[in-house]
Design a binder for this molecule. Sequence first.
Ligand code: UDP
Length: 444
Amino acid sequence: MTPKHSAEPRRVAVLSVHTSPLAQPGTGDAGGMNVYVLQTAIQLARRNVEVDIFTRATSSDDPVVQEAAPGVRVRNVAAGPYEGLDKHALPTQLCAFAAGVLREEVRHEPGYYDLVHSHYWLSGQVGWLARDRWGVPLVHTAHTLAAVKNASLADGDTPEPAARRIGEQQVVAEADRLTANTAEEAAQLTSIYGACADNVDVVAPGADLECYRPGDRCAARVALGLDPSETIVTFVGRIQPLKAPDVLLRAAAEVMAREADLPLRVLVVGGPSGTGLERPDSLIELAAALGITARVTFLPPQPPEKLATVYCASDLVAVPSYSESFGLVAIEAQACGTPVVAADVGGLGTAVQDGRTGLLVQGHRIDDWASALQSLLTTPDRLDELSARAPRHAENFSWQHTADGLLDSYRAASAKYLRMSEAGEFSPRSRGLWRLRRKNIQQG
Ligand code: UDP
């Protein structure tokens, strides 16, 4: 197919194979990436870019197509069994998924999509094929990288398989442009995965700043049935070893032991995900073993409006993750005026201003975490200072800003693609062959 002669994308195929942007985040495989895909699609549509998001159907009740917002359609592709497909088996369904994506395009006039944007490596594999088939550029966002994740696993956590690392490497090599959440991730893409630095754009994720806003703490607590006189530290997210909710529970127990008069409560919001701590039950058991059951409250995953109430009700939000490509929860909490104590890993170093809107803690020693929590929770004036600065910092991270960054990246990918094809460097469909030939020439 001949590439279109425009660098301004008007219709984009967004690929999110392994999880739907319409799934409730905070449990299973649904988290920040789902929020990212949906929110950026909404913002792109407001900039007159139509977005079709392709995801794998996980229920026979999923309609073939759903309008998620004006200009944003979610296409549920039948690929494998609806329910019960283990996430490790997802690579076996990529062919079926790719067929569903390619068939959708065939239903329209040639050149229906101007660009493919894939999220996570599984989608990147499908995007690679769609790109070559349609003759349009591929922009890829990894969200997490196996090599980075494996370098900082929680105790007992299962490493990501070598196959994922290989798959990621292929997508990095094939994508016309990559977007990274932070400069650190961009550096990892170049130094570990061999990406060309000129092809990587740093596009920070955001938060829905209309939903996440400072609110009355007492009213928020009453709405949630929490005691307005207690001191509350909160964990929000998928309950899995990587997120380290256990570190928060242990550190909070230590603070309770050090500060007998502090009416401390731990609020844990989220559902099971991944391996190890997959059952919230294991956290309930840990609370019991630590003797703090009566001072821990568990809430199931909450929709955004309710989550805003949770952040407003909290004195502090803790993000003790072992690895975090960005950490949307940290931005959302700060947007609500709640300071954050976070592990100094990945994007959290960008999301939290150490000493100004929260604290960054090195490592996961319980003593260190207890001291960080204690130092803020026992000095309300300091907490108030951090709290006053937090929303201003969060304003730097809006989905509008993210969509602007993505559009710039789309334009750069399209312009490069156009230049290459006009220069006759390859015909998109034979691009793979072209590469192979060049390799043979170099080897010969
Ligand atoms: N989230 C939610 N309800 C919950 C818990 C989490 O909507 O009960 C959302 C939260 O608002 C955030 C996302 O899930 O946008 C988690 O993103 P983050 O980057 O913090 O972690 P990830 O899941 O990507 O590892």
